[in-house]
Structures are given as C-alpha cells and as structure tokens.
Ligand binder design. Sequence first.
Ligand code: DC
Length: 219
Amino acid sequence: MSYQIAIDGPAGAGKSTIAKKVAKEKAFIYVDTGAMYRAMAYYLLCRGVDPLDDAAVAAACMEADVTITHEEGEQVVLLNGENVNSVLRTEEVGNMASACVSKNPKARERLTTLQKAIAAKNNVVMDGRDIGTCVLPDADVKVYLTASTGVRAKRRYDELAAKGEETDLAQIEEDIRKRDEQDMNRKIAPLKQAEDAVLIDSSHMTIDEVVQAILDLCK
Ligand code: DC
C-alpha cells in the first residue's frame, strides 16, 4: 500500500511550497493537482473557447489529454504530449481554471481518475482543493492549510515583485477573494476541510514550521 499525504486549502496558502518540501523530506512524489486544472484551462485559452459556453468547455476538456511525469523530482505537466509547465502560473490561466475547468464534471472526473491512479502506485504528497474529501478519502495524513486573505495576497504580491512584475496589492486581494468564493461554492467537489483533516493556519508560521508540523503528523 502506498502512503498518502493530502494537503488542501485556498489559493496562496503556501500548499505547493510546503508540499514540495514535505515530499523531499519523505522521498515521496509531489503531485500538484492545480497544475492539471491549469493545463486544461491553458488549452481552453489557446483554443479561444468561450468560458460561458458549458458545452464547448466540456468538449474541449475531453480533447485535452493531461498527464504528468517527474524529472529530477520536479513535476512536468504534459498537455497532449507537450511540456506546458512554463505557461501555467499566470493569473489568466488560474482564473480560467477556477471559474471554468474546475466546475466542469467531465474535466474533474478525468483528472480525479488520473490522480487516484498515481497515488495508488506511489507514495505521494498531493495538494489541491478536494484531495482529502474526494481524491484520496483514505489518505494517511490530511491537512487543511490556510492563511488569512491579507497574508495570502501579500505573499503573492511579493512573489510577483521578486520576478520584477508590478502589481496592485488590493487587486490581488480581490482576485484571491473571488477565487476562494468560486472554489468554496461550486457544486462539485468544493474546497472544504475534510472532517478528519488537521487545520494548519500558516498566517504566522514560517515555511519550516509548517513542514515540521506535517512531518510530525506522519509519525
Ligand atoms: O492551486 P492552483 O491555484 O494551481 O489551482 C488552480 C485552480 O484549479 C483552483 O482555483 C481550483 C482548481 N483546482 C481544483 O478545483 N481542484 C484541485 N484539486 C486543484 C485545483
């Protein structure tokens, strides 16, 4: 049996940074499920699909073949065989993933099946929105990682500033609120804390403190 660590939480809570570090410590595979939703969103944007046209979105999601591999410990997302890692982290792709792909039942079904198959064969740290509730309901460790909206917005602002991108903090906070609202209120697999998940609020914790707290849960 594989060992499964599920980390869910809202955008900007630090899930991917933390999950990567935990995976490294445990020598497990890290699976960023958000990147899979983003790859489908990128496909829709490239095709110019109208996000309000549910039928067109569903059809396009069925054409988009999303898989993952790992190279030197890094997850590589393949969209119809092509490495799309470098184009997934934009606000435009994130908003499309949240507003459109993540609400689509067919897209969710395909990605969930793939995620379950990966976790059945490998020891994993998997992060997302529905890992503890839907994808890996029997995970060995479940964490719901959150932080205040203000802290999450500031972290995102600093991340973009470090890349030389000028942004507006208030706008980022507004986008985060909107994303939370969409993720928590969608009909299928909404973001919520699993009953047996441990809540970690990282607002006033360092990355290493959060990593240690999760490693302690694995003991
Ligand atoms: O974690 P992220 O920002 O890369 O995720 C992008 C979007 O994908 C997010 O707004 C909601 C969706 N998502 C989801 O619905 N279920 C997951 N397991 C992961 C992400």
